[in-house]
Write a protein that binds this ligand. Structure first.
Ligand SMILES: Cc1ncc(COP(=O)(O)O)c(C=O)c1O
Length: 328
């Protein structure tokens, strides 16, 4: 596991990597190590996968939900700024679909307010901001190695990256019963190890990650070329290199297009049809920030994930392009 941690830290451009059992645990343990606890608030987005909010709640803190930018679909720094209160301990941007949030603006904001930035990079292995990998910009980055992710294990896995040595040490303690040496516990901890089989498997995959991400980018370029005039399509944003975990297009006729594509044998998905604040288990325990969530609401009705994985063959890409052109 140590060999994988070292290799992953090198790839992420950080001094440390602590491997854990899942991306959710990575978020939870990073937040705990940053001192997030009961009574605190963490500013994040509703336009994300539920685990982002679940990890904040697991610390006993409250997720405060900011709106997203309509183009990048990541946290809107102006909305995040309005959501910060005296209780805010951290900003938790999600690099959704593999595109980094505006880390320059967020880091400036966090510095001005004296709070931490923790990057949710679950979907962003292989993505870059300002030429530097996702996960190396804030106090910490958290990754998921769930099998469908850009870098997937055979089962669950996750990691935390950081440059801060004492933060890394704290995460290591929290990961394993608070032990600072064998059987000597300094604080209350948990059990969230990445097992050796997953670490060995991930070490092989890590070497292939750049070529897998390049394939994703090539397919995304073909999609944009093929139907960028018909649907809103994702692209690199200023200073950002998209990692294309997902290719999420936009159209107001989303449900109709989805049905037509299905009839042609093209499977699509929606990530995510219900933002966190509309989920029954989470609506009452999150707080919506003062700017509201109008963009988030609109996106949830318009987004459509099209097939994208590195092994997709040119003929299959063409089939998707032809089908979208015929149906959109
Ligand atoms: C944005 C985001 N955050 C966190 C997670 C949690 O990762 P995991 O499923 O490995 O616990 C996921 C994965 O589904 C995710 O997409």
């Amino acid at each position: 596991m140590e060999a994988f941690e070292e290799a992953f830290a090198r790839a992420a451009g950080t001094r440390h990597c602590v491997a854990v059992a899942s991306g959710t645990d990575a978020l939870w343990l990073a937040l705990l190590a940053a001192g997030v606890g009961p009574g605190d608030e963490v500013v994040t987005v509703s336009h994300t996968c539920v685990p982002t909010a679940a990890a904040i709640l697991q610390c006993g803190a409250t997720p405060v939900l900011a709106d997203v930018d309509p183009v990048t679909m990541t946290i809107d720094p102006a909305s995040a700024a309005r959501a910060i209160t005296r209780r805010t301990k951290a900003l938790l941007p999600v690099h959704l679909y593999g595109l980094c949030a505006d880390l320059s603006a967020l880091k400036d904001l966090a510095r001005a307010k004296g709070i931490a930035v923790i990057e949710d990079c679950a979907q962003a292995a292989g993505a870059f901001f300002n030429g530097t990998p996702a996960g190396s910009h804030g106090l910490a980055g958290t990754f998921s190695f769930y099998p469908t992710k850009n870098l997937g294990a055979l089962g669950d896995g996750g990691a935390i990256t950081t440059d801060d040595s004492s933060f890394a040490q704290r995460v290591r303690r929290l990961r394993f019963y608070g032990f600072e040496k064998a059987q000597v516990s300094r604080e209350t901890g948990h059990n969230s190890r990445l097992d050796e089989v997953q670490a060995a498997f991930l070490s092989v995959g890590l070497k292939l990650l750049p070529s897998w991400v390049q394939s994703r980018r090539d397919i995304a370029a073909l999609y944009r070329e093929g139907f960028g005039d018909l649907l809103g399509c994702p692209d690199d944003a200023p200073r950002r290199r998209h990692g294309y975990h997902l290719f999420v297009a936009r159209t107001p006729r989303r449900d109709d297009l989805r049905r037509r594509l299905e009839a042609k044998g093209i499977e699509t998905a929606v990530h995510y049809p219900k933002p966190v604040h509309r989920q029954r288990g989470y609506a009452s325990v999150c707080r919506i920030g003062p700017t509201g969530l109008a963009v988030t609401e609109r996106l949830s009705r318009e987004i459509l994930s099209l097939p994208l994985y590195p092994e997709l063959r040119p003929a299959e890409v063409k089939r998707v392009v032809d089908a979208v052109r015929a149906c959109a």
